[in-house]
Write a protein that binds this ligand. Structure first.
Ligand code: GAP
Length: 453
């Protein structure tokens, strides 16, 4: 069905859907929540897993110039000295002299505390890294930091990967994992939180080929989002002006998405030059260079870094997929999620709660679960059950009825078009697989028919 009026997606609708259907809950909710930390519920955890899997597949599994890594969150404190985070990963903040809340200067009017109206101090640099202590003593010698980016785990393992995989330049290392930042300005749901998950690639290249690889990765990463269904008109590239570049970056573009609150960064692609390897070589005293067999020279590779976030991607995919359609006197809410991302791929919906229809439906359910995340729902009318699946983005529903017992056929209903086909049960799994991979619904298996258009 084609829609005439594009629906306006506001953040409240997304937050409400996520809460209502078990995608995302406030962290520690029974204690009143913990500011800008979020828990992913049964559907949210599937969405996140699917995002990570789609990313890993595109950047590691399907390439021969990439390998994966999973490094620890706590790292030697010297890492953050070398990387520049101890000194440079800061925000200038003012502090209220009466209630001691800290603010960015631009958040204040008349230089007064926005909470209590008190006088504020001069701006001071405030480091965004979370500190903790390692071991039984809590002194300065035992301070460690929760990593603010996964990237450093990759840089400090550069030689380990080089020595154990025999990769030659150009090649990359990918890692997904939690990062932590004591962000001052949070909000906009999961867009900016204090604990989040990153998807990072450090792609090592010969100096001189860095611009070419920078352009390549920018295009590649932009296309990853559109391949997974994000509308191209809702994405844009934004170059960082010189005064916005991070301390390590020679060049950086953001891939921005038009979120409900406006254009904001979805992913950053930076040319980090040789900054990190040089810094770690200097601070660790270990040789981190690369021997180029062709020129017989020792060189320091340059690094192109496409750095994305799982949570921010999840928010973009949810906002982009959200839709409402008139449905008699009601509204059909649906998520047009790409099948690879949909938390539940197929729902089995028996049209009767009586035997032997239930037996058949349960058999199909347990068979299909071998392949995908599948829901079984027999509560309320079939119309309501379809709506429940539409709202969580389930691409396909399978119904069985008394007729199925006679003709050994089941009905497949597609989420977006609501069209239906009837197929032999023996062909069901193969047909579902093909449709989930993008085949047109009306390409029918032998013995199949169009059920309803
Ligand atoms: N290693 C480079 C780096 O960390 P960044 O632009 O600070 O660069 C990369 O972060 C990505 O990580 C962002 O584009 C975003 O998707 C995600 N990200 C960063 N801070 C975040 C936060 N506070 N909450 C959620 N996601 C965040």
């Amino acid at each position: 069905m084609t829609k005439q009026v594009p629906v306006k997606v506001d953040m409240e609708k997304i937050v409400s859907l996520c809460r209502r259907r078990g995608f995302i809950f406030p962290s520690s909710e029974i204690y009143g929540g913990l500011s800008s930390c979020w828990d992913y519920g049964p559907l949210g955890v599937e969405l996140k897993r699917n995002i990570k899997q789609a990313w890993w597949r595109a950047v590691v599994q399907e390439r021969d110039d990439m390998v994966g890594l999973d490094t620890s969150i706590l790292m030697h404190p010297h890492v953050w000295e070398a990387s520049g985070h101890l000194e440079g990963f800061t925000d200038p903040l003012v502090e209220c002299q009466s209630c001691h809340r800290r603010w960015r200067v631009e958040e204040l009017t008349d230089n007064k505390c926005s909470s209590c109206g008190g006088e504020v101090t001069e701006p001071r640099q405030f480091n965004l890294m979370f500190k903790t202590f390692m071991g039984p003593t809590e002194d300065s010698a035992s301070v460690v930091y929760l990593r603010p980016e996964t990237a450093q785990g990759i840089f400090v393992n550069f030689q380990n990967v080089l020595n154990t995989t025999r990769k030659r330049l150009p090649f990359g290392i990918a890692q997904t994992g939690k990062s932590f930042r004591n962000e001052i300005t949070t909000g906009n749901f999961i867009f900016r939180s204090r604990e989040f998950e990153q998807l990072e690639i450090e792609f090592f290249v010969k100096p001189g080929s860095d611009q070419e690889w920078f352009d390549y990765w920018l295009k590649e990463r932009f296309n990853w989002y559109t391949r997974l269904g994000i509308k191209e008109k809702k994405l844009r590239l934004r170059q960082h002006p010189q005064d916005e570049l991070a301390h390590y970056a020679r060049e950086c573009y953001d891939i921005d998405y038009l979120f409900p609150m406006g254009w904001s960064e979805l992913e950053g692609v930076a040319n980090r030059g040789d900054f990190d390897l040089v810094q770690h070589q200097k601070h660790s005293g270990k040789n981190l260079d690369y021997f180029d067999e062709e020129t017989k020279e020792h060189i320091m590779p340059y690094v192109i870094e496409p750095s994305a976030g799982v949570d921010r991607s999840a928010l973009a995919f949810l906002c982009d997929a959200y839709d409402e359609e008139p449905d008699n006197d009601e509204i059909r809410v649906l998520l047009h999620l790409h099948p690879d991302l949909a938390p539940i791929k197929v729902a089995v919906l028996p049209l009767s709660r009586k035997e032997p229809v239930v037996k058949l439906a349960k058999e199909l359910y347990s068979d299909l679960r071998q392949c995908w995340m599948v829901n079984y729902d027999d509560a309320q009318s079939i119309g309501r059950r379809y709506r429940r699946q539409d709202e969580i983005g389930t691409p396909l529903c399978v119904t069985v009825d008394f007729q199925s017992l006679e003709d050994n056929q089941a009905t497949i209903r597609e989420r977006d078009s609501m069209n239906q086909i009837r197929v032999p049960i023996a062909e069901l799994k193969k047909t579902l697989q093909a449709k989930l991979e993008g085949e047109d619904l009306f390409i029918l298996p032998l013995g199949g028919s169009v059920w309803k258009e």
